[in-house]
Design a protein around this ligand. Sequence first.
Ligand code: RB5
Length: 144
Amino acid sequence: MKIALGSDHGGFVLKEEIKGHLLAKGYEVEDFGCYSLDSVDYNEAAISVSEGVASGLFNRGILVCGTGIGMSIMANKVKGIRAALVHDLFTAKATREHNDTNVLTMGGRVIGGGLALDIVDTWLETEFSNAERHLRRITKINNY
Ligand code: RB5
């Protein structure tokens, strides 16, 4: 599985931790920045990661900013992206089963690395349910 990663300064530390975790697990990872704690807008990384996923170059994207909110709003502007802001394990599982989300966003100032890595694992390993009602709702999102 190929995963695109991105952050702003508020998510940089957690993004680096997630990158190390994914590489250790054997995932193919591309890091679209940022690359330091210097202040940057979240928009560019969100767009690069989201366009990479929407185009099919990457299977999934993970974006981290201070709260996860800016990344989530920006990613969901990209056609074909269903991004979910997740800070708990129940939602990590449910958003894969129900929404078939292809981008995960989190807040580096909201949760610690331990929970964040469990969320990443749960989100990556949970399959979409393929239930008719969920497909119907996703189709309505896609058609809007
Ligand atoms: C940066 O200070 C912060 O606003 C950003 O990381 C993010 O939380 C925005 O949604």
